[in-house]
Design a protein around this ligand. Structure first.
Ligand SMILES: [Zn+2]
Length: 141
């Protein structure tokens, strides 16, 4: 639970995690605490812990936040590119579809990595966690 995570974090850890830019860490898919270790394994899965600093990443959960952004942005870009390829450049529809399909496939994976990593980095940067009524350590045990 997020309460455990906060209890283990020292003030020095929090200061160090704030020294890493969440946007830079997100764009590069790096650990939000040290900015060095890789955040992902097998493409889009978030690692259990950082290889470099050992920071516990198992609680990092961007949920469906990244997918929503990527669907909306890629959908808009794909529609615009489709209009340009077929309408303005007069490409054959099958060729335009293949180009758009490849663009959506690779673009979505890249964007998902960037958005997921940025959301995780922002979560740690701002010390975001689930709401609690009081700060009792034995609360979640
Ligand atoms: Zn790290």
């Amino acid at each position: 639970m997020p309460a455990d995570m906060q209890n283990k974090d020292t003030e020095a850890d929090r200061e160090q995690s704030r020294s890493v830019s969440p946007y830079k860490a997100g764009l590069q898919g790096r650990c939000p605490k040290c900015g060095e270790g890789k955040l992902f394994k097998n493409g889009l899965d978030i690692r259990e812990e950082c290889d470099v600093c050992g920071f516990d990443l198992s609680k990092a959960d961007p949920g469906d936040g990244a997918q929503v952004f990527v669907i909306l942005i890629m959908g808009t870009i794909a529609a615009l590119v489709g209009f340009i390829l077929i309408g303005a450049l007069d490409l054959a529809p099958w060729l335009a579809m293949m180009i758009i399909f490849a663009m959506i496939l690779f673009g979505s994976i890249w964007m998902l990595r960037v958005f997921k990593a940025t959301l995780v980095a922002l979560q740690f940067h701002h010390d975001a966690s689930e709401g609690r009524l009081h700060d009792d350590k034995d609360d979640d045990a």
